[in-house]
Design a protein around this ligand. Structure first.
Ligand code: 5GP
Ligand code: ZN
Length: 136
């Protein structure tokens, strides 16, 4: 399943070049073209799914083990001290390319710095209780 208007489908198809660091039957892992830090990479399923919620569970279940394996290997090779594993769903959540992808963002104590942060909503205990009850 491909989307002709999707830049990541074009990359997977080989129509647009990318720096590929890993590939198997289900995934292609490429370096981000405009990285936040040295080694910032993206895990892309080869099939087009706009976001996590559109992905079949069996494919989604393969993403985290792959992130774990590649992330550990990247830390080893790049000598990073930490890593953010980030996955955005929907424009409001910061997703700009609507083909599921998981970011692997190596973090370094010095040199290549970036921000992966959020502000705090400051909700009251009552609001937190209401939300908790709604989500149970
Ligand atoms: P999002 O904001 O959707 O979570 O992340 C999209 C990411 O894709 C961004 O970090 C952006 O730099 C990266 N990106 C966008 N277009 C391309 C491209 O054509 N090639 C590669 N390798 N990365 C891209
Ligand atoms: Zn796509």
């Amino acid at each position: 399943m491909r989307d002709d208007n999707c830049i990541f489908c074009k990359i997977i198809n080989g129509d647009i070049p990318s720096r590929t660091i890993y590939e198997d039957d289900d995934f292609k892992v490429i370096m981000d073209a405009d990285p936040a830090t040295k080694g910032h990479s993206l895990i892309l399923p080869k099939e087009h799914y706009a976001n996590l919620f559109e992905m079949p569970e069996d494919l989604a279940a393969k993403v985290l083990p792959l992130a774990k394996r590649l992330g550990a290997d990247m830390c080893d090779k790049l000598k990073c001290e930490g890593m953010n594993v980030v996955q955005n769903n929907g424009e409001v959540a910061g997703q700009t390319v609507h083909h599921f992808h998981m970011h692997l963002i190596p973090r370094y104590t010095d040199g290549c710095k970036t921000d992966v942060t959020w502000s705090h909503a400051g909700l009251s205990d009552e609001q937190l209780d209401d939300i908790c009850n709604l989500l149970k």
